[in-house]
Write a protein that binds this ligand. Structure first.
Ligand SMILES: N[C@@H](CCC(=O)N[C@@H](CS)C(=O)NCC(=O)O)C(=O)O
Length: 212
């Protein structure tokens, strides 16, 4: 049994979504970031970063969205969400997971928490820089999907898609959302048609974006 600490629509969504897609038993523990519950001593004991998600696996708490996705994929290899060592797609899998966690997610962090990079007085400049970095990522992904592949690694769904699709969702209220790129937009529509993605929206009480 997994216990996922989550807040609706945040970085926990990809993990919640994969748990639903895997069909494994799990329980949800709400950490309401609107009320700053992520800063409570109880939650800091679970994730000292004071961020969601965190997940308890066999009695031990772990954090970092990308790591949790990779861990779940490895713990349930029958679904093939993580190309194993030696697989021809292994390198691309690792590259995209690290790129999202290391480049695109921090750009979104700067967009949504624009006072963090250089203080509130420079928030506007931080948002402009973040927007540019995010749109550069969409340019790159649009090029990848130009060959008509259904999923990021090609023909099979992988952990990369849970992270990629969640991040495209985060751009929904930006001046140019990910879905505005033609090939990337087709991918977003394909991911939106997955019943498990709709289900995680229902369970987290999210009504926007899923219907386009
Ligand atoms: N590197 C972390 C980042 C997680 C993160 O930024 N979570 C945000 C929500 S999307 C959060 O907890 N925000 C509340 C806060 O930072 O106080 C991960 O990938 O799990």
């Amino acid at each position: 049994m997994y216990s996922l600490y989550y807040s609706p629509g945040t970085a926990s969504l990809a993990v919640h979504w994969m748990l639903i897609e895997l069909g494994v038993p799990f329980e949800l523990r709400l950490v309401d970031i609107e009320t700053k519950a992520q800063r409570s001593p109880e939650y800091l004991a679970i994730n000292p970063s004071g961020q969601v998600p965190a997940m308890v696996i066999e009695g031990v708490a772990y954090a970092e969205c990308a790591a949790l996705l990779m861990l779940l994929a490895e713990r349930h290899p029958e679904r093939g969400f993580a190309p194993p060592p030696g697989d021809p797609q292994r390198a691309a899998y690792l590259q995209w997971m690290i790129y999202f966690a290391n480049t695109l997610q921090p750009a979104f962090r700067a967009w949504f928490y624009a006072d963090e990079p250089a203080g509130a007085a420079n928030a506007e400049a931080a948002m402009a820089a973040a927007r540019s970095r995010i749109e550069t990522a969409w340019d790159r992904l649009d090029g990848v999907f130009a060959d008509g592949r259904p999923f990021l690694l090609g023909e099979r769904l992988s952990a990369t898609d849970f992270l990629a699709a969640m991040l495209t969702r985060w751009s929904r209220n930006m001046p140019r959302p990910a879905a505005a790129w033609p090939h990337l937009g087709a991918y977003v529509a394909r991911m939106r048609s997955m019943p498990s993605l709709r289900e995680v929206h229902v369970r987290e009480g999210l009504a926007d974006w899923i219907d386009g």
